[in-house]
Design a protein around this ligand. Structure first.
Ligand SMILES: [Zn+2]
Ligand SMILES: [Zn+2]
Length: 215
């Protein structure tokens, strides 16, 4: 079991995925296609079936966070799919080729999945505050669970190799990405989970504030 705190599960695949279990079951990110089976394999450990997932939130359009979506939607067809409005067209393939790294406009065989809920900065979605931090991709978001003091950071930053910005070869706008980290530093949270690296379960807000001062 990788239950980090009550109702918060980490699934270690390619990029990390997370489950939030409250009134509804929410899945954050769907990893790469072959690793989606790791999400499916984890669900029984949380006493869940795929059809229990009601919402799939994509923190951004990168393939290591979205490509397992086909597999997950096939198993959980009623789950709503949510992404920031600036990345939603890449997820759904309304705009076929994402223009930034790591793919830089190369066609992908991935067919896309419709996005049901297009998120905006500052809105509260399923009880979570949406924090838009463009720069990694145009529509990269973090989600703040104010009740738990938990930031679900996606790729707004990383903890792999220490708390820091994402590696710039993957950022569409490195300067804007750092502005996003300074924005995160203004919110109150104690725990943090992200796409790449280990969770920080205490003192995460202070670590992000320290990082923001160095950028
Ligand atoms: Zn990414
Ligand atoms: Zn990633």
């Amino acid at each position: 079991m990788a239950e980090l705190m009550k109702g918060v599960h980490r699934i270690t695949a390619n990029a990390n995925s997370y489950l939030l279990l409250d009134d509804k079951v929410l899945l954050f990110d769907t990893t790469i296609e072959p690793s989606a089976k790791d999400i499916l394999a984890y669900l029984p450990k949380a006493r869940l079936q795929p059809c229990d997932i009601q919402v799939i939130v994509l923190t951004h359009t990168h393939p290591d966070h979205t490509n397992g979506l086909h597999t997950m939607k096939a198993q959980a067809p009623r789950a709503r799919v949510a992404a920031h409005e600036a990345d939603a067209d890449f997820v759904s393939k309304a705009q076929p080729n994402y223009p930034g790294p790591p793919v830089n406009g190369k066609p992908s065989p991935w067919q896309g999945v419709p996005v049901d809920d297009r998120l905006r900065d500052g809105q509260v979605y399923e009880g979570l505050r949406v924090i838009h931090c463009p720069g990694h991709t145009p529509g990269t978001i973090a989600l703040l669970d104010e009740d738990r003091g938990l930031l679900i950071a996606g790729d707004t930053l990383r903890t792999e190799g220490g708390v820091g910005p994402m590696w710039d070869q993957y950022n569409i706008d490195p300067k804007q990405h750092r502005e996003g980290i300074r924005k995160l530093a203004r919110f109150a949270f104690d725990a943090l989970v992200c796409g790449h690296g280990e969770p920080i379960l205490q003192g995460a807000g202070e670590q992000v504030r320290q990082l923001a001062r160095t950028l």
